[in-house]
Design a protein around this ligand. Structure first.
Ligand code: B4P
Length: 193
């Protein structure tokens, strides 16, 4: 089993690189952003509550996303491993994930952190907002999401660094160049393609 966290600020390419990784390594992709957006689309009670927070660029409460991840892990009990994309986003979520995986007899094997300058994050997300019309991809909300990332999410990198699991990847290159750097890291770490 191989469990990977793809980490980085909003717009750093987590979703983009995850799509390539699942194709090559056959890991199950768990994106809390995608799961929340599908709840919003389905109009569930959870989705209606999450929508207000997401549209403003706020994080959804820890207990909500931890519960979602737990049920997804159970749903894919026989999987060869997982890519966690956009989760954990707080130290509390990281502690809960570690406890959850320990109960299942496994662990996080690595965290790959995509490093991208703020101006490039803004450029990418404004472009996506223009093309896809995502409500949270406007200048005001993007700045708030980046601030939430700095204050609440960045400490998660130190949490896994203390476990010697953190590796940084330069994320301000082309999609293929970044993917090659990720593959080079994974070649040393173990998942078989
Ligand atoms: P997410 O869905 O995780 O969205 P995101 O942070 O914007 O990153 P995303 O993965 O979509 O962007 P990517 O870098 O792939 O979160 C949305 C919201 O959900 C949060 O604000 C929060 O409210 C809530 N939420 C989610 N998880 C939560 C949790 N665990 N706890 C609490 N709340 C949670 O791509 C961005 C764009 O850049 C794309 O258009 C892509 O095409 C482009 N791009 C990617 N790589 C590129 C490259 N190398 N060069 C040029 N463009 C590139």
């Amino acid at each position: 089993m191989f469990n990977l966290i793809l980490f980085g600020p909003p717009g750093s390419g987590k979703g983009t690189q995850s799509a390539k990784l699942i194709e090559q390594y056959g890991l199950v992709h768990l994106s809390t952003g995608d799961i929340l957006r599908s709840e919003v689309k389905a109009g569930t009670a959870l989705g209606l509550e999450a929508k207000k927070l997401m549209d403003q660029g706020n994080l959804v409460p820890d207990e909500v996303v931890i519960g979602m991840i737990e049920s997804k892990l159970d749903e894919h009990a026989g999987a060869g491993g997982f890519i966690f994309d956009g989760f954990p986003r707080t130290v509390e979520q990281a502690e809960a994930l570690d406890a959850l995986l320990l109960r299942k007899g496994t662990t996080i094997h690595s965290m790959l952190a995509l490093e991208v300058p703020q101006a490039e994050l803004m450029r990418r997300l404004l472009e996506r907002g223009r093309i896809e019309g995502r409500v949270d991809d406007n200048e005001h909300t993007i700045l708030h999401r980046i601030s939430e990332y700095r204050h609440k999410t960045k400490p998660v990198a130190s949490y896994y660094d203390a476990q010697q699991k953190l590796r940084s990847i330069a994320g301000d290159k082309s999609i293929d160049q970044i993917y090659a750097a990720i593959q080079a890291q994974l070649a040393q770490l173990g998942p078989e393609d």
